[in-house]
Write a protein that binds this ligand. Sequence first.
Ligand code: ARG
Length: 404
Amino acid sequence: MDPKKIVVAYSGGLDTSVMVKWLKNKYDAEIITVTGNLGQEKDSTKIEEKALSTGASNAYVIDLSEEFIRDYAWNALKAGALYEGQYPLATAIGRPLLAKLMVDVADKENADTVAHGCTGKGNDQVRFEVGIRTLNPDLNIIAPLREWEFKSREDEIDYALANNIPISITKKKPYSIDDNLWGVATECGELEDTTNIPPDDAYQITVSPKNAPNEPEQIKLAFEKGVPVAIDGIELSPAEIVKTLNQIGGRNGIGRLDIVENRVVGIKSREVYEAPGAIILHNAHLELEKLTLDKDTFRFKQNISNTYANLIYDGLWFSPLFKALTSFVNKTQENVNGEIILDLYKGNIIIISRSSVNSLYNKELATYTSDDTFNHKAAEGFLHLYGLPFETMSKIKNKSGVVN
Ligand code: ARG
């Protein structure tokens, strides 16, 4: 491999800063950095300046927060995608969008190679590389962290100082943190021992439920075709909705998860997540589906949720199966319209009211009062046939003397 022009996925942190210089030195190639903002509160001019002063010839910093929520998070929400039943997949849905950004910039810049700062035992290398190879199989991919000589953060700092790489040596938290609007993931440090209780500083955007207000905070969420469109009657953009719910949920101690999960590469890892907005939305969306989907679609879709979450986690966002399931999910969402009111109270999400023009709930059929229109007599015939196979089996067993 003899790269001439390399597009680097750049965050401005130590790893990717060292990467820019290391790649430039090793390959004598032109470096272009790309930073996609998925809702992190970072100063984009500073990132650009830093990339240029580290040796990049061009630095792209692109705000993708609306696209991220509209085209990535909303898909996960509509599908009910929670990995291993819990993790809302914030990091996992961000990677395919960043992979697409890198491929687009490589195309525009006529670059032959892309590079990312993922390690050799994480999930993100899988998501980046499978995504990039699906979108443009002609690009070379370099993952410096899998091959470079540095063994520790200190080695990298020494290299940065020796090479005039601007770094801010602050007392770093002992964690590895990945954050975007859909959630924050925190690992390493004390969390590596599964018996340790997460220290307070392992949480970035939520208060502990025990320190949350003593009164519930009530909100009303409106959905159209499975997608949230307004909070308390005020229409907001996709990113604004999630940002607002992160704030409201965060101050009520909502959305903390402490999980051991199965990684793609075969190991288990322990991670602490905070996703107040995503978890509020998943709860409300599910409740609206319970009101508006017919029984068979609702039940079938539960199986799809699990497969969909696995595909996202495993880096298969651009696969044919993922596209096919997305079409299925979108079809199911046509009637998922309406409003959910919920109380947020000390880490709990309590649904208190639901309504929809597409509601399949029929009070006259459900009521136990004299308004009841349900045909109770019809249940007799229904049950006669419904239980018939089992009654028949039992009779045959009794006759043949087989006991079971
Ligand atoms: N375990 C999560 C995933 O694979 C998050 C990975 C990044 N976590 C981190 N703390 N840097 O999607």
